[in-house]
Ligand binder design. Structure first.
Ligand code: SF4
Length: 363
């Protein structure tokens, strides 16, 4: 991945005029993605009218590739024990006020059954990074227990980077998709945000998606944490990373998340160094849809009701609902959460919202 080239493209790209934007949008309707140069031009859009056209095109592309369905999932936080110190996270090791919990098997099953009773069909298991407490052995057992004791059949994993052998074990347990967010592709920012712990190693983290593919995960998920660095760089770098996976393995990410930095309990970062406005956020979602027309685009409950109600028409295809970020948070709230939730509407309300918007909730 040539990040210097990415910086170069950004610094030399001008703002596009309407004629050029129309040309790019009509190319995008061919559903073959966009070039680096086209993405970088679209990232420079600021005028309302062009932004509106971009969002409209993204909505049309989403309908062409995925129809009217909006899928739902629930995150199930298994453990907030963590040996890393990410400045933006409530689970960071040096947060001494955090109440730490690593769920036992019976608690994991209770949480999963609670979500099953709510109507969810898809789970995303999430943990901090403490290899002694929530490493591959723990995660694989959690997946097996959920598959054995509940009706869930599709379990996705958001877990810290592992070796290929560990990934193989995880895949062998029945996990369907592995995802890991790079947080930021900008190396200097990465070093500042991740001052200690294994996560400090940029190369170890950026290589995890390839290790997951080599270990047998045909479905992988990616993302950056918006607000840590210039979003234009992050979007281009992520798409360059996705292009690399396609050329090396013939695999396009099955899922792409678009998390924007939120306040977190006792986080050291109290506001984003590079705030992303609502209008920039919508632009990012729309550009991802044009660039990766067949990839699921996930918008979590970090975003407001208003924003989520808008982006379901401009490219988003997957939402979480009624989420808790505390391990055990669905059945007993005694631990510390990872970040603050903004949209608190439960699944049954979200189903009605989706239908009222003329779309189809897909559980
Ligand atoms: S973001 Fe992940 S790795 Fe970093 S402190 Fe939080 S749980 Fe640990």
């Amino acid at each position: 991945m040539n990040l210097e080239k990415t910086e170069g493209v950004l610094s030399t790209t001008a703002k596009p005029d309407k004629v050029l934007v129309d040309e790019i949008l009509s190319r995008a309707m061919g559903l073959n993605g966009l070039s680096h140069e086209d993405v970088s031009l679209l990232l420079n859009i600021e005028e309302e009218e062009m932004l509106h056209e971009l969002c409209q095109a993204a909505g049309e592309i989403k309908e062409l590739t995925m129809g009217k369905r909006i899928s739902f999932f629930a995150p199930l936080y298994l453990s907030n024990d963590c040996t890393n110190n990410c400045l933006y996270c409530g689970f960071r090791r040096d947060n001494k006020s955090a109440v730490r919990v690593t769920l036992k098997e019976e608690d994991i099953i209770a949480e999963a059954r609670f979500l099953q009773d709510q109507g969810f069909k898809h789970l995303l298991l999430v943990t901090g990074e403490d290899r002694g407490k929530n490493g591959v052995q723990y995660l694989s057992s959690a997946v097996r227990a959920i598959l054995k004791h509940t009706e869930f059949r599709r379990i996705n994993i958001n877990a810290p980077p592992m070796t290929i052998d560990e990934m193989r074990r995880l895949r062998g347990s029945g996990a369907d998709l592995y995802q890991s967010f790079q947080e930021t592709y900008h190396k200097e920012t990465y070093a500042v945000m991740h001052p200690s712990g294994r996560k400090r190693d940029y190369v170890w983290r950026v290589g995890v998606i390839e290790r997951a593919i080599e270990a047998g995960f045909s479905k992988v998920g990616m993302g950056t944490l918006l607000g840590l660095y210039d979003y234009r760089f992050e979007v281009l770098a992520l798409l360059a990373h996705a292009a690399l996976l396609r050329s090396r393995y013939g695999i396009t990410p099955a899922a792409l998340s678009v998390p924007r930095l939120r306040p977190a309990p006792d986080a050291l970062l109290d506001k984003p160094p590079y705030p992303v406005s609502d209008s920039a956020f919508k632009k990012i979602v729309a550009i991802y849809r044009l660039a990766l027309p067949y990839t699921d685009l996930t918008i979590s409950t970090r975003e407001s009701e208003k924003m989520r109600d808008e982006v379901i028409h401009t490219g988003a295809s997957v939402l979480s609902a009624g989420s808790r970020t505390e391990p055990g948070g669905y059945t007993r709230s005694v631990s510390t959460g990872q970040f603050e939730i903004e949209d608190k509407r439960p699944l049954d309300v979200m189903e009605k919202v989706i239908r009222a918007a003329g779309l189809i909730p897909d559980l």
